[in-house]
Design a protein around this ligand. Structure first.
Ligand code: SF4
Length: 366
C-alpha cells in the first residue's frame, strides 16, 4: 500500500536531497509550487533531514524582547507597530526603563535580551551603544540587538560607516544581531512594501560586514504579503550564498506575515497572510534548500502554539524564545503572551521531541 503519492518531478528532487546533494533554486521553486499531496512527501523528507542534522532535540531560548520605541520615520506597509511623534500611542522608553526591563528579565532567568525599536528621529549610534553598555553592567546577559536597518540608520545619523558602527556596537558589548529588515530580498518587492528601508545590496553588505567582524546574526524572511514563490526562492538563495561565504547565520526564522492591522493589507495591496499550507511548505522547503543551516525556527509567536508543534514535523527544530514581551506581533493583531519553560517544554514533549533550553548561539543550557 502506497501511503504517500508524489509526482515524479518532486520525487526526483526529494531523492536528490535525501542523497545529500544540494538542490538548485529551480528545484526549490518546483517544491514551492507543489500541490498538497506532494507537500506531505516534502514534509517527510524535510523531517528526515532535520533528524540527520540535529537529531530529535527541539530548542528554545529564555529571553525578553525590549522594543524601546514605536516612534519611527520609516514607512513599511506591513508594519502596524510604528507611530509618529506626538501620536497618542507613541512611546519612547528612557534608558533607565530599558535597563530595568533587562534587569527584570535576568531575575527570571532570561539569558538573552532582544532589543529593537523604531527609527526615532532623535537617536544616533551613541544612543545604541549606551543601551548595550548599561545592560552589560547589570550582569551576564546576551545582547541580541538592532536590525541591519537600525545599524544603517545609526551610521547615517552619526555620519560614520557601517563598519565603524558595527565596531562601536561590538566594543560596547553587542553579542549578535537579529537578521530582521530582510523582509523579501528583492528590490522590486521592497519598493512596494518598505520603500524607505535599506536595499537588498545594503542588507547583504551589512550582514556580511557583521559576520566578518565576528558578530553572528539570524536570518529571516517575511512572507505571505505580495511576494511570489520566485521571490521567496531568490531570497533563500541569497541567504544560502551568504552562509556559504561567512557561516555567520545561527538560524533561519521564517516570519509569516501577520496581516490583520497592516496598512498594505487594509489598503487591499497584499494578500491576507500565508495559509497553513504555505507555512508548511516554507518550513519544509527551507530545511531542504538551506542545507548549510543547522537550525530552522518555527516561532510559536507567529505560528501559534498548536501549529508550531506541527511544523516540528516539517523540518523545524527550534521554537524561538519564551518572550516576556512581544509588542510587534501584538500590534499586528496576534494575541501573544509569554510562555513559561514548562509550557514550551510540554509543547515539545507532546510533539514527540526532546526539549533543550539553549542560549542565543545554540549552546545547550540543560
Ligand atoms: S518595520 Fe521598523 S522601520 Fe519599518 S515602519 Fe515599522 S518600526 Fe519603522
Amino acid at each position: 500500500m502506497e501511503l504517500v503519492s508524489v509526482s515524479p518531478e518532486v520525487q526526483e528532487i526529494l531523492e536528490k536531497a535525501l542523497d545529500g546533494k544540494r538542490i538548485t533554486p529551480e528545484e526549490a521553486l518546483v517544491l514551492m509550487h507543489a500541490n498538497a499531496d506532494d507537500l506531505i512527501a516534502i514534509g517527510l523528507v524535510a523531517n528526515k533531514l532535520r533528524e540527520r542534522n540535529v537529531g530529535d532535540f527541539v530548542t528554545y531560548v529564555v529571553n525578553r524582547n525590549i522594543n524601546f520605541t514605536n516612534i519611527c520615520i520609516g514607512s513599511c506597509g506591513f508594519c502596524a507597530f510604528k507611530r509618529r511623534l506626538g501620536d497618542a500611542e507613541a512611546f519612547f522608553l528612557k534608558l533607565e526603563e530599558i535597563v530595568a526591563k533587562a534587569h527584570e528579565a535576568l531575575e527570571v532567568g532570561a539569558t538573552e535580551v532582544c532589543i529593537q525599536g523604531g527609527l526615532h528621529p532623535d537617536i544616533d549610534v551613541e544612543f545604541y551603544t549606551e543601551i548595550i553598555k548599561r545592560i552589560k553592567e547589570i550582569g551576564a546577559v546576551h545582547v541580541h540587538a538592532f536590525s541591519p536597518m537600525e545599524i544603517k540608520y545609526a551610521s547615517e545619523r552619526s555620519g560614520i560607516s557601517i563598519h565603524e558602527t558595527l565596531e562601536l556596537l561590538k566594543n560596547a558589548g553587542l553579542d549578535s544581531i537579529p537578521g530582521t529588515a530582510a523582509e523579501i530580498l528583492d528590490d522590486d518587492v521592497r519598493r512596494k512594501i518598505c520603500p524607505t528601508k535599506l536595499t537588498t545590496k545594503e542588507w547583504i553588505e551589512t550582514i556580511k560586514e557583521a559576520h566578518n567582524l565576528g558578530i553572528p546574526t539570524t536570518a529571516t524572511m517575511l512572507y505571505g504579503h505580495i511576494e511570489t514563490a520566485e521571490d521567496q526562492v531568490k531570497h533563500l538563495s541569497i541567504l544560502r550564498d551568504i552562509q556559504d561565504e561567512t557561516g555567520g547565520f545561527t538560524e533561519f526564522i521564517p516570519l509569516s506575515f501577520v496581516h490583520f492591522n497592516a496598512p498594505i493589507y487594509l489598503s487591499g495591496e497584499s494578500r491576507g497572510g500565508a495559509t497553513g499550507v504555505e507555512d508548511l511548505r516554507i518550513i519544509a522547503v527551507s530545511r531542504i534548500f538551506l542545507d548549510n543551516f543547522r537550525n530552522i525556527q518555527a516561532s510559536w509567536v507567529k505560528f501559534g502554539e498548536k501549529f508550531s508543534q506541527v511544523l516540528l514535523n516539517f523540518g523545524a527544530n527550534d521554537l524561538g524564545g519564551t518572550l516576556m514581551e512581544e509588542n510587534i506581533s501584538r500590534a499586528a493583531g496576534v494575541a501573544s503572551r509569554m510562555l513559561t519553560k514548562e509550557e514550551i517544554e510540554r509543547m515539545i514533549l507532546e510533539a514527540g521531541r526532546v526539549p533543550r533550553q539553549r542560549d542565543t548561539l545554540y549552546n545547550w543550557l540543560h
